[in-house]
Design a protein around this ligand. Structure first.
Ligand code: CU
Ligand code: ZN
Length: 192
């Protein structure tokens, strides 16, 4: 008699625990809350790890966050020479060459001329310059219209962030006369 009561109690507790576990937020609430089909799995953030090229000691990271008015690009570098350095998204997601030439030209899906990210015309991949202080570190935060993180013709994913030795003059063609490619990193989608 006692034994059967214990068993029934154990079964009830197990059922209650199962119910709690299966109704936890996140376990079953994924469907229906995100509007667009498939958006629950669509990454809206991407990152690139910047590695030294052309014999430099520049390293860093880039983060891309899709916003309503474009993509917010946040880049941090260290080990760089003080001053301003051109920054671009290059077409090919290939940083394998010692001078990063494998990354190709600037990402330019609209076939525009090189320029400033805040004026027309410019390549979609023109991010302007990053300013590096006396300690060798620099930060750049810019929101670039016309880019996406989500898949599509203007997505940043699969292209390469390149930091240059010199300043991008934002007018010389085809790349702003920014000199050697001192760091490079391929942009990869972040799955959250
Ligand atoms: Cu470049
Ligand atoms: Zn350009």
């Amino acid at each position: 008699m006692k034994r059967s009561v214990m068993l029934a109690l154990a079964a009830a507790v197990t059922a209650a625990l199962f119910f709690v576990a299966s109704s936890k937020p996140g376990a079953a609430s994924g469907a229906g809350t995100m509007g667009n089909k498939g958006s629950a799995t669509k990454a809206l953030e991407a990152t690139a790890k910047l590695e030294s090229r052309s014999g430099s000691s520049v390293t860093g990271e880039a983060e891309f966050t899709e916003k309503k008015d474009g993509v917010e690009v946040s880049i941090q570098i260290k080990g760089a020479k003080p001053g301003t350095h051109g920054v671009h998204l290059h077409d090919k997601g290939d940083c394998s060459a010692p001078d990063a030439s494998s990354a190709g030209g600037h990402f330019n899906p609209a076939s525009k001329a090189h320029g400033s990210p805040t004026a027309d015309p410019h390549h979609a991949g023109d991010f302007g310059n990053i300013t590096v202080g006396a300690n060798g570190t620099g930060k750049l935060k810019i929101t670039v219209k016309g880019l996406t993180v989500a898949p599509g013709p203007n997505s940043v994913v699969g292209h390469a962030v390149v930091i240059h030795a010199d300043t991008d003059d934002m007018k010389s063609q085809p790349a702003g006369n920014a000199g050697a490619r001192v760091a490079c990193g391929v942009v990869q989608a972040e799955s959250k």
